[in-house]
Design a protein around this ligand. Structure first.
Ligand code: 13P
Ligand code: SF4
Length: 381
């Protein structure tokens, strides 16, 4: 990824959409360019005033904040302080569905707001910036994806959460990185063959772990795709006692160097439980805020994202997550602007695979609480 500042608050994002799929066939999707509008950091007095305003408006509007670990620390801290949540994408979906507030303010990227709306069509879902997208979503347009599904009618369609409502509506199952492994393993145990989309690195990781029969869409996360194994090995030599924590959207050779692989929540858990005081972290550097506040005394180092010759080293921050800021949040709460709308009929179709995922993970939790090692049923497909 290359990011260039053209006027002060807007960055243009160039990323490589692979020309061919894993089988060497020309790839359907030609998305190569995108942009992000990153808000300027407010001055200290303005920052304090914006936070006060947001606290007041959340109460007045019966609204709750739902933030992802990659957004600005202010939006993470405010969410927790005001009774909202900061979490991974699975827990964001569950929390938004179950919370009584009539307005959800989702700080993250668009698919997270859409998932919240699909699960709670009666609620108002607002986002600080509706143009906050995701390279996986951009790289999986529904028409091409539908043609891919049509070409593999014998396969169960498993789609990652980082997709549009229309792509979800074509899926049998939705997964996030925190439950993908268990869901695909359960499908494989039932003898099902999988069509996986869109993240090829996460899909490859799941296939290596489960041995499932999978065909892949060829998408990538522009942030995690940049982590480099060669430089990571060199960094490991400089920090021989450090454990390596990797999000599975990273390339296979980076995952191979990991002491723990998993979702943003799994990374937080590993930092808490692994026997080490130093960690190298291969995920968006927005995670560092929670990692450091929850683990005082431990050291967290960003994994390298490019070689010495590249202009960008450790620039591991999602440009679209960075679009979420205090000013945008205060404005949408005040005006009701930036509301997420999902066509109700499409929402109903998209909801089925999401509900399946949430039912599966809820059953898994129940069984864990009951001390059972059995795998939960997949339910009706
Ligand atoms: P998590 O589900 O692990 O929070 O990941 C979402 C995401 O967009 C990672 O890049
Ligand atoms: Fe998408 Fe990657 Fe950004 Fe996550 S970090 S929202 S996968 S572009």
């Amino acid at each position: 990824m290359q990011a260039s500042a053209t006027p002060a608050s807007t960055i243009n994002v160039d990323y490589e959409q692979p020309e061919t799929d894993r089988a060497g066939e020309p790839h359907a999707c030609s998305t190569h360019h995108a942009w992000a509008r990153v808000p300027v950091e407010p001055a200290p007095t303005e920052r304090a005033a914006l936070k006060d305003k947001i606290r007041r408006l959340l109460k007045e509007k019966n609204a709750v904040m739902v933030s992802h670990y990659y957004v600005h620390p202010d939006l993470q801290d405010l969410a927790e302080e005001t009774g909202g949540i900061v979490s991974d994408s699975l827990e964001m979906a569950r929390f938004g569905r179950d919370h009584a507030a009539q307005t959800l303010v989702v700080s993250g990227v668009r698919f997270m707001g859409e998932t919240a709306k699909i699960l709670s069509p009666e609620k108002r879902v607002l986002m600080p910036d509706l143009d906050a997208t995701c390279s996986l979503d951009l790289g999986c347009p529904v028409q091409e994806f539908s043609a891919f599904c049509d070409a593999h009618p014998d396969r169960t369609v498993v789609v990652y959460a980082n997709t549009s409502a229309a792509v979800k509506a074509r899926a049998d199952w939705l997964v996030t990185s925190s439950c993908a492994l268990d869901i695909v393993r359960a499908l494989k145990d039932q003898g099902q063959k999988i069509l996986w989309a869109p993240d090829r690195h996460l899909g490859g990781y799941i296939q290596r772990e489960t041995g499932a029969d999978m065909v892949f869409w060829n998408g990538a996360c522009i942030v995690h795709d940049e982590f480099k194994a060669f430089e990571l090995e060199a960094l490991k030599k400089e920090h021989p006692k450090a454990k390596v924590l990797v999000h599975p959207e990273s390339p296979a050779d980076v995952v191979a160097l990991a002491d723990a692989v998993g979702s943003t929540s799994a990374i937080l858990n590993a930092a808490r439980t692994l026997d080490a005081t130093e960690f190298i972290v291969a995920t968006d550097n927005g995670m560092m805020h929670k990692l450091r506040t929850l683990n005082p005394g431990k050291v967290f180092i960003e994994a390298p994202t490019a070689g010495n010759s590249a202009t960008c080293k450790s620039c591991a921050h999602c440009p679209w997550m960075a679009m979420n800021g205090l000013a945008g949040l205060a404005q949408v709460l005040e005006t009701g602007a930036n509301e997420i709308h999902v066509d109700p009929a499409l929402g109903l179709l998209a909801r089925r695979p999401i509900d399946r995922m949430l039912a599966f993970t809820a059953a898994q939790k129940q069984q864990a609480l009951a001390g059972s090692h059995l795998r939960p049923h997949l339910g009706a497909a």
